[in-house]
Design a protein around this ligand. Structure first.
Ligand code: PMP
Length: 358
């Protein structure tokens, strides 16, 4: 129901929210910010200098460094936007200081909401599968949130999953709201109205040929692709989905464990519009982590595992399509190394999983 509030004008084909008007995109940033929340968005787009060539790719590859958001990931944008919509409209629940926000997350939305809650005076309870890193959990705890871990193997519709536990807590806790990133229109909208506009602005007159995005809730891929398809109809969108997830389609319905955090699911979230994706690539853990390490070492891009995943499979696609020297590819890097210091950055952790074996 909520997702339906984000509607498309049949004539102009533009998407908007029926109840809320947000400021038009403004690329300027004031010299002094009122709060750290104003340091969400306007992240840098960086041209990769070495990694594409080292992998035999000729075209220009640009990465959008979302780890440079205030809370360290692209999900800060949606946390901010979902809270703004709730504050303005009272949907999906009324927010006044002291209300408890409860959110199921793979961590980054939780960090974003914890950050917004710390600044705006909300209480925050985060439910998160055990698989996700201790670094994420400690970051949220330091912002004052309570974190409840749920079993990895609980299916999304089980009462024991991060989603099931969040819904139970909502029924038990007075004055609590689940913003629900899996169907909240603010999730894709934040990327449609902001992230995509930044990419288009920063690319200037360089035409985008291909955009490569990972998907979890699908908010990033849905929001960005809808805007890019409107403005650059020839651009192709590649979605990247891990083996073990079902987002790319039922032919891979064997739900299985994988290590890369924040991407893939065992269900199709309401915020994912699969029509916006031109092709899907299926990803593996080892290649994803090795590429994240390579981006860090070779380009100084301090990215996380899903970023490595997006770049590895983007380069594969560039090679397969034999994209020429003047083609431009944009890849979004969702988060940074802070979340994974004791995981893929640690040789012991990598060796235990045989990810460093040649
Ligand atoms: N990478 C990471 C590290 C994430 O935390 C997320 C969010 N779950 C994504 C990628 C995918 O973003 P989205 O939810 O917008 O599909």
């Amino acid at each position: 129901k909520l997702a339906g509030e984000w509607t498309q004008d049949p004539k102009t084909k533009k998407w908007s929210h029926s109840a809320v008007e947000f400021n038009k995109f403004n690329p300027e940033r004031p010299l002094v910010l009122d709060t750290v929340l104003d340091a969400i968005g306007k992240t840098p787009l960086v041209k990769l200098q070495h990694v594409p060539k080292n992998h035999g790719v000729k075209c220009n590859v640009y990465v959008k460094c979302e780890y440079l958001n205030a809370g360290g990931s692209t999900k800060d944008r949606i946390a901010m936007r979902m809270v703004d919509i709730a504050e303005k409209t009272g949907k999906p629940g009324k927010l006044v200081p002291g209300v408890t926000l409860i959110e199921p997350t793979s961590g980054n939305t939780g960090i974003g909401l914890s950050l917004v809650s710390a600044v705006r005076g909300y209480k925050c309870i985060i439910t998160m599968p055990k698989k996700m890193s201790k670094e994420k959990s400690l970051a949220m705890a330091s912002l004052g949130s309570t974190i409840i871990r749920t079993p990895n193997e609980a299916a999304f519709d089980s009462p024991h999953s991060h989603i099931g536990v969040a819904l139970r807590l909502k029924s038990e806790i007075k004055d609590s709201v689940v913003l629900d990133q899996y169907c909240n229109p603010g999730n894709p909208m934040a990327h449609y109205e902001q992230t995509a506009e930044e990419i288009l602005h920063d690319m200037g007159d360089k035409k985008i040929d291909m955009l490569v995005l990972t998907a979890g809730t699908g908010g990033t891929v849905t929001g960005i692709s809808r805007k890019i398809h409107e403005r650059v109809p020839t651009a192709k969108v590649v979605g990247v989905d891990p083996h073990g997830s079902v987002l790319a389609g039922a032919h891979d319905s064997d739900v299985d464990f994988y290590e890369v955090e924040g991407i893939g699911y065992d269900f199709l979230p309401g915020t994912l519009d699969t029509n916006v994706v031109d092709y899907w690539a299926k990803s593996h853990d080892k290649e994803s982590f090795l590429m994240a390490r390579e981006l860090i070492r070779t380009e100084g891009i301090l990215c996380g595992g899903s970023s490595g995943c997006a770049v590895h499979y983007a380069l594969q696609e560039c090679k397969e399509l034999n994209l020429p020297e003047d083609a431009n590819v944009v890849i979004l890097l969702p988060d940074g190394i802070r979340n994974y210091i004791t995981k893929f950055l640690d040789d012991d952790w990598m060796n235990e999983r045989h990810f460093l074996e040649v």
